[in-house]
Design a protein around this ligand. Sequence first.
Ligand SMILES: [Zn+2]
Length: 447
Amino acid sequence: MGSVPETRGGVPPRGVARASGPLASLPGDAPADPSTLRSHNLGIVMRMLRDHHTLTRKDIERATGMVPASVTNLVADLADRGLVRDQRAGAGEPRGRGRPRITVEQVPDRCLGLAVRIERERLTAELHSSAGLLLDSASRTVSHGWGQPGDVADEIAALIARAVLLAAEHEGVLISCTVTVPGPVGSDARIADTLEFGWGHLDLVGLVRAAGAPEAVRIEVVNDSSAAALAEHWALPRPRPGVMLYVETGAGPLLGGGIIADGRILSGGRGYGGEIGHITVDWRGRSCACGAIGCVSTYVGPDALLASARLTELAHTAGRATALDELRARLDRGEKRAVDVALRAGDILGAALRSAYDVVNPGTVVLGGYLASLRRWLEPGIHMQLAPRSERLAPVVIESGRLGRRAGLVGAARHGLQPLFDDPTIVPSLRMEAGTAPRAGAVGNRG
Ligand SMILES: [Zn+2]
């Protein structure tokens, strides 16, 4: 399939914000080691280009406080790695005064990230470039769910092999493969709980490696809602909040959640954090599939809502999505039971969000999946619950997710490509590049 720009348009140079993160010119924060400092500064330039698409060298100087020679040198280094290129601005425009404006932009398809989503009966993959292009996508349905985890690992290894070939066609490198699963994933990248598939604890990365995936491609597994949260954070208007809470439903019976802090997934020291759907709202309440009692998912998750709205039967016969559509239709018609159910759900979800507010103090809460379509009815309860804290301390903005079902894949690709923006030297110089692989070990899996 063709290239589809995920984001469009540049930002006027005057609107260039100061680069975030510690800068070389600021005392105290910058790394002391010269090569680390260089990687750090190259990363700053790459992140600026990710945010603003095109910039002049002058824009970079102004935003970072670096001297012109340093900026020229850093851009030359990135160009040498094939990561950026010069663009003569104003092609097709009437000739302006003075010299033509030269801007710098990312080479659109030099670095690629593969995103793979595993669901109970489907595998979906998208190949993204670091500049936000969708280069390829694939989807496969399995009729009776996955058998052995090795079957999925083989599929993923085949997708990686295909992506490596596609990357080579584009004279690019595949940096990463990020797999999302609908369950908790530990910081050791092991899937902790595969109730969805019946696999038990699983080292999926190890299986994919054993199936032949090259060492040079970093492979990681992340929770699907956390990946979606990352994409939705990126989709927010700037300035984006420092901390964002995300709560959604996908295809499953429970609520998924994620926390984004400083532009990254915050999953805590052991990896299992960010599960907003399992915040307790009633310690003597209903049993949750996670093993705990009284989780917010057991009241506001899709199955719970459908049961309260007396739509369980329809969900069984026509599917959960159809039943949720029917709930929405009843809400639109103002049917009392449906409205009562949705308003109460807002109160309960608000109680959970207030707990999260007091722990991570978000600037924005994003409602994804069907929660976005119920926002009108959920929002009064959420605001009422949050008000005692948010009105006295700091306000919270409630937003709807903008990316829908694709959020998880977009976020997974973005997560996998982050190492490039932390340290662009993981990509070798074009002159040094013997094959298609990035520097050995530099982008390999941590584990
Ligand atoms: Zn739970």
